[in-house]
Design a protein around this ligand. Structure first.
Ligand SMILES: Cc1cc2nc3c(=O)[nH]c(=O)nc-3n(C[C@H](O)[C@H](O)[C@H](O)COP(=O)(O)OP(=O)(O)OC[C@H]3O[C@@H](n4cnc5c(N)ncnc54)[C@H](O)[C@@H]3O)c2cc1C
Ligand code: FES
Length: 369
């Protein structure tokens, strides 16, 4: 006689029948929440264990994720899930520490700017307290990590320092041969974030050249990123460049780096807010999109995003912000060229992860969806 119990994990199957849930473990969440909130199964819990005031609008939150959290690479992000007045919100933040901190002490840090009228960052600054438990996702993000023998340049503005903090802290743990430069732009002297960490990094990493630029000093002419800052970097064309900051700075950095001889492939950008699309249209937009896993093929004749194309084809891909910020819609492209609508750049034709909501096809494209 054929078994009613499907192959796989029979105990899990029994649990699903008894508790009528895909994940029976969450049935016990209300009880576990009282005993130890880090044991809860419906989200990855992390307990707030420290809060440091960095500047008038920036705080660093030290969290202790449940031990089953998978860790991260320098420069990666996570989504923080919090319940505020009965509603759940998810927001992305870059980890601002080295992975070694997680491995050694089991803690991570997020360094967060309070956005004016921001629901989640406002709540974090005003109401989140030591001892609270929040939800986090596994880390995500494809940003590369510079090799120890490869010169690197970080250009950061304001709270956009967080990816650089993580990468530089990791470098100081691993050791490094090649030079690394951090150009850090802040509005006023009081806006420097994690000053002690930066000083510590300078001591630990002799290869680090750190230049803090106060862009709006009282009574002096403002100083924004310009050719002079880049001219001081020897062999700039051989550097891997990492840029994170306000949209205006991101745009200027990209243009200046490219006009100084840095190839576009060497410029890696982390956007914190949706940038204005690079141009109004793409004359070469369109192509046949193959959704390989669901065996769908769609002919696209305009510059619609792959997220829209997938939804119109009846698929249900994961998404969050729909504007290139949260990375929830990340999907594997197995072949084909797509246009990034934020940067205005065409992708390579090979296999890579793309964000569906800001990518349009340029010729035939095959996706793992
Ligand atoms: C990959 C990634 C990593 C990030 N890492 C960090 C980090 O390490 N530290 C950090 O402080 N922030 C980081 N951010 C930005 C952070 O996610 C936003 O500040 C946050 O989502 C704002 O949420 P909120 O609920 O407070 O604001 P909302 O209530 O969602 O927005 C309120 C208003 O603020 C505007 N707004 C939203 N975000 C910003 C922003 N960043 N700057 C200016 N205006 C904004 C909105 O358009 C809206 O008008 C990151 C963003 C991304 C995409
Ligand atoms: S990046 Fe947020 S949905 Fe695409």
């Amino acid at each position: 006689m054929e078994s009613m119990v499907p192959a796989g994990n029979p105990i899990r199957w029994l649990g699903q029948q008894l508790f009528n849930r895909q994940n029976p473990a969450v049935f016990f969440d209300p009880l576990l929440e009282v005993v130890n909130p880090l044991w809860v199964r419906r989200y990855l819990p992390a307990q707030v264990i420290g809060i440091t005031e960095e500047t008038h609008d920036i705080r660093t939150f030290e969290l202790r994720p449940a031990s089953r959290w998978g860790g991260f690479r320098p420069g990666q992000h996570l989504n923080l899930n919090v319940e505020i007045d009965g509603r759940w919100y998810a927001r992305p933040f870059t980890l601002s520490c080295a992975p070694q901190q997680w491995r050694r002490r089991g803690t991570i840090t997020l360094t967060v700017k309070k956005v004016p009228d921001g629901v989640v960052t406002g709540w974090m600054h005003d109401r989140m307290a030591v001892g609270d438990v929040v939800g986090i996702t596994e880390a995500f993000g494809d940003e590369p990590n510079p090799r120890p023998d490869e010169p690197a340049l970080f250009i950061a503005g304001g709270s956009g320092i967080t990816p650089a903090l993580s990468q530089l802290s990791a470098m100081s743990e691993q050791g490094r041969d090649a030079p690394v430069t951090l150009l850090y732009f802040v509005r006023t002297e009081k806006d420097v974030i994690r000053r002690e960490t930066l000083e510590h990094l300078q001591q630990q990493l002799p290869q680090l050249t750190l230049k803090v630029v106060v862009s709006e000093p009282a009574g002096r002419v403002p100083e924004y990123l310009n050719e002079d800052h880049l001219r001081q970097i020897e062999g700039l064309g051989h550097h891997e460049c990492f840029v994170c900051g306000p949209p205006g700075m991101m745009r200027a950095a990209g243009e200046l780096l490219e006009s100084s001889g840095v190839s576009p492939d060497q410029i890696h950008r982390t956007f914190f807010v949706a940038a204005t699309p690079a141009d109004g249209g793409d004359a070469e937009a369109g192509g046949t999109v193959t959704f390989a896993r669901s065996s769908h093929e769609v002919l696209v004749e305009d510059g619609r995003s792959l997220l829209e194309v997938a939804e119109e084809a009846g698929l249900n891909p994961r998404y969050g912000c729909r504007m290139g910020i949260c990375h929830q819609c990340s999907c594997r492209k197995s072949s084909g060229v797509v246009m990034n609508r934020l940067t205005g750049r065409a992708s390579s034709p090979g296999e890579e992860t793309i964000q569906l909501c800001i990518s349009s096809p340029r010729g035939p494209v095959s996706l793992d969806l």
